[in-house]
Design a binder for this molecule. Structure first.
Ligand SMILES: [Zn+2]
Ligand SMILES: [Zn+2]
Length: 342
């Protein structure tokens, strides 16, 4: 499914099978998660995507061929491909353990063709082995919603009372991790979104309500997964002195001006950008033990536009995943929660 230019729907096309370079692996794609970032690319909110472009940065597939310098994976291995597709390894950020901020980073499904396709090529150094207990569909959302959600959770510090704004793919995963850590979850959704509020409670949120309304008590931190700038002052208002507000998305509408009083009291407002490979290793090691169970809504690859529309309208329960090739580990293809890790 190819994007020719922002603002246009994706269209189905036959394209040449990509060829891996010396560090590349050719992957037969089984499933690819749909992310809010894909919508930002389609909508032209992120500058200068590769065009034409194959979206998708939550890829689960099987290695079918590898470049001459690849020793880590062999054909038949099941791998995951995340958003971070390449870093230079030599800039100040890379050398300082902050490769997510690399000067020359390149991103899957944005500057590198991604997983809305039968085959893709990825640099093996940025791929992850997929925990065996996860079927393909249930593994896909771990690769961005999970990894970047996890980085946001770490940035929220040791907050006990944690607010999550926007209860989609990332929040439904991070709620499970945070509950396992003994935190209390307060879920904020669009006004009147009873289904999302119910979903949040099912996953362990002790309170769920409207995003702009006050929470029942002060929060110690908040993570914003929804890309709405007006949530920033709302979240600052909801956190206690010394609390942190983490903006987890790559794009957000403009933040309205607000009185300094909302930031005063050593409140911290920060963004989280991308992921490091260390985030991925930590999260994928932790997820099976929680265990994180992802709830996915499958869409055939050819209906990617419909999946994007559903994400835009906020009507996906859990995570939308494109089913590309139903291999032996495909997992549940119904809307019900899959078997998850054993
Ligand atoms: Zn770098
Ligand atoms: Zn993403």
């Amino acid at each position: 499914m190819v994007l020719d230019a922002p603002g246009q729907p994706l269209h189905e096309a036959d394209v040449p099978q990509p060829v891996p370079g010396p560090q590349g692996v050719l992957i037969r794609v089984h499933a690819c998660g749909v992310c809010r970032t894909d919508l930002h690319v389609v909508d032209g909110e992120l500058p200068e995507p590769k065009l034409p472009l194959i979206l998708g940065h939550q890829i689960v597939g099987t290695v079918v061929a590898s470049g001459e310098e690849v020793e880590r994976f062999v054909p038949g291995d099941r791998v995951g491909v995340p958003w971070l597709g390449y870093t230079c390894g030599v800039c100040r950020y890379c050398r300082g353990g902050r490769e997510n901020l690399c000067d020359r980073a390149r991103f899957t499904g944005y500057q590198i063709d991604g997983g809305y396709a039968a085959y893709t090529v990825a640099d093996h150094r940025f791929c992850f082995p997929i925990p065996a207990s996860y079927p393909d569909l249930q593994a896909a959302p771990l690769l961005c919603a999970g990894l970047i959600g996890y980085r946001c959770l770490v940035m929220a510090g040791d907050a006990e009372r944690l607010g999550l704004y926007g209860f989609g793919a990332a929040a439904h995963i991070i709620t499970q991790v945070a509950r396992a850590q003994g935190r209390r979850i307060f879920a904020f959704t669009r006004a009147g979104d009873v289904e999302a509020q119910q979903f949040a409670r099912e996953l362990g949120a002790e309170w769920a309500g409207d995003a702009l309304g006050p929470p029942p008590e002060e929060l110690d931190a908040a993570i914003l997964f929804a890309p709405a700038g007006e949530l920033v002052p709302a979240a600052l208002r909801a956190v206690a002195r010394g609390g942190t507000v983490v903006c987890g998305g790559i794009h957000m509408s403009d933040i309205p001006s607000f009185p300094y009083e909302l930031l005063w009291g050593e409140r911290v407002l920060r963004s989280v950008a991308n992921l490091t490979r260390r985030d991925g290793e930590e999260f994928l090691a932790l997820a099976p033990g929680v265990p994180v169970r992802t709830e996915v809504e499958p869409f055939p690859l050819g209906t990617a536009n419909e999946a994007l529309d559903r994400l835009r309208s906020g009507t996906v329960r859990g995570a939308a995943v494109l089913v590309v090739d139903e291999g032996p580990n495909a997992g549940a293809t119904g809307a019900a929660r899959g078997p998850g890790p054993s």
